[in-house]
Design a protein around this ligand. Sequence first.
Ligand code: ATP
Length: 624
Amino acid sequence: MPSKTTDARPRQTGAGATPRPDSVPPLPVAEIGMGGVLSRMAREYLKPHWRTAVIALLASFVVAGATGAVPVLIKFALDNIVGTDAWMLLLVSAGAIAATSVQAIATYISRINMAKIGQHIVAAVQKRMFTQIMHADLAWVSNTHSGRFISGFLYDANRVRDTITTSVIDFGQNLLTVFALVGAMFWLNWKLALMGAAVIPVVGLVVRQLGRRTRKAAKLNMEGSGDLTAVISEALKGIRVVKAYDQETTESARASRTIDRVRYNAMKAIKARSMASPITGMLSGFGVAAVIYFGGRSVQTGFLSIGDLGGFLSAMLLAYEPLKKLANTQTLMHEGVAAAARIFPILDIEPSIKAPEDAKPLHVKDGAIRFENVHFHYGDGTPALNGVDIEVPKGHTVALVGPSGAGKSTILNLVPRFYDPTSGRVLIDGQDVRDVTLSSLRAASSLVTQDPFLFDDTIRANIAYGSPGATDAEIEEAARNAAAHEFIAALPKGYDTLVGEAGFKLSGGQRQRIAIARAMLKNAAILLLDEATSSLDTASEIQVQNALSRLMEGRTTLVIAHRLSTIKHANTICVIDEGRVVERGSHAELVAHGGLYAELSRSQFIEEPDAAPEGASQAAVAGE
Ligand code: ATP
């Protein structure tokens, strides 16, 4: 049964007091017109395909020429009907067959070649978009909803392709055909031609206006599509939470509102687009009527031959279709321009985190890390670090402890340059991380996060991620050291087991051990560790702790510590609060000091492993 809102403008009708918004922040849109888009596309992407483009263009000329020949043939046919020349009629008929055959073949050639170019260009744009996103600053990527990127890849890129493959070729071909037919009209009778062609500028004005409307609606439509992708991907990612909190209906309503908005805007674009063709048809009708009347009168008064009028009218009627299509594709092209305006900002991203031109690779001798008076705030102005000084000597472990939001993860993120300090320096073995090549910097450290990410691939591929040359024996050794080999070997497909999307087929502890094996295999001098909180059961926790302590052996480690066992084994504990190191020392010293650390160690911020007695945990950490 159709719902009441189906045809109404969609409204934001939230289910709760403060419903989640149905839209995500849009990506910036480039201010660029049709000419700008086409010339940029031609400059950057058409060049390698210029031969194909020339073939398509030549074929379009042939199509236009063959179409333009038809009214001329009709004139000859009609002029010879009254005579007795059967040969002439046969010749004209053969000419008509030749003209339509040539037109058909040339149409095929131009379409195929233009489609080829369009597909190549979109593939190139998509590849470049992906590479740009991969190399962009983490801050920029994480500030943009993934739904926006996905709809950019699928919806916007396909719109651009359609513009190139269909609209541009249709536009070019139809324009040439109209020119050829108008030329034929002038050749037949220039006075009538002027009369018939008078409607063309009026059509042009109407189409221009409709194009503007289409572009506006297309822009809204694309934003809606981005929102829809975001809503769907978010609901799927959070499906457990949705179900656990009984929010299926709310999420469905949210998706429905977005879908309605997309439908509403799509309809707006379709309406504007669909108007172009009938309006053009109607205006052309006036031209045809004028020619019939005035042309007919000229025939009656003997100023014009019946063949001239017949040829002329057929030229007008033949021009009718391409003229309508011209109007239609014009509006379609506006949708392509709106899509390109959304894609260009992604193609133009300039990462601010990059190495200087003459950067040398990081020379890792000890892997010692040093933070010197580091200040940092996020792009939105959120101050996160206010003068941090931390020294992690070779092979030492420094544990970062502090309340939530104190700045611990931010400190970790500065080492591989996910972000750059606003002021101050981060040094590895005396070299500023901003002065060395990014790949050497990232090769120097392994990052193991609280909730490690696995790719939807085999366990083997996940362990070897970032170490493509690793042998099976090396992968297995890393897994053994990460206490993961046993459970992997017990799986029916062993190392070839597919882990599912984001590793959902594995338990939290298993995922972590695979991530640890990955870091083992990478064998970097520096370990950046964001210890998992207590989501694991005691047995898994002991195994993970075991694996971690082996991973930490001999490496310089900066760890966001949540467990007393890790903290007690750290050489130094830095207590972070409001972006500063407020206390520094060993566990015993800090407890004796009676400050924030002492308070934290009594609260849930540091987990006393009460499920496993401290002694058991420590024994496990020591690998006994
Ligand atoms: P937790 O223990 O809860 O993970 P943390 O000590 O690691 O916290 P950080 O994640 O470093 O804290 O965050 C420090 C501050 O920076 C917080 O106020 C946080 O809200 C802010 N912050 C973190 N990430 C971003 C971001 N991407 N954009 C803006 N602000 C951020």
